[in-house]
Design a binder for this molecule. Sequence first.
Ligand code: ZN
Length: 159
Amino acid sequence: MNNYMLHLLQRKQRMGLDEKYMREALAEAVAASEADEIPVGAVIVCKGRIIAKGHNMTEMLHDPTAHAEMIALTAATEYLGGKYLNDCTIYVTVEPCPMCAAALCWAQIGKIVYGCQDPKRGYSLFTPSLLHPKTTVTHDILEDECSTMVRNYFLGKRK
Ligand code: ZN
């Protein structure tokens, strides 16, 4: 196999993994939706293992900061026994808001993978430089599924 073929194969495997973990984040978003919360879900993966999950719980906890990323972040650092997540990737169904982007920066998260963009509250609209300089970002993974879930939630609210 030549280098180019190897490169393509590795890329395909990486995409497959991104989709696999994004499905887990989507399952968390479904849990949020069933609890009548805005359906956003997140999982944090460390060395090939899901170490934390979270979904939006702002209604249940009466806490505007209880975003999926914040819940997963706290669970992951608790699990690892340290405040840094350099070796971790967070998969989140919707682009993080500036608050979550800043929190992920404090944790020095290794990688952020998000499903769909948030055209109103996404961090990249305001301050793309909020992230840690070493954090890499991938987006538009299962974009349709992630955005449809949020859209359906708000359509349901308007009835
Ligand atoms: Zn947020």
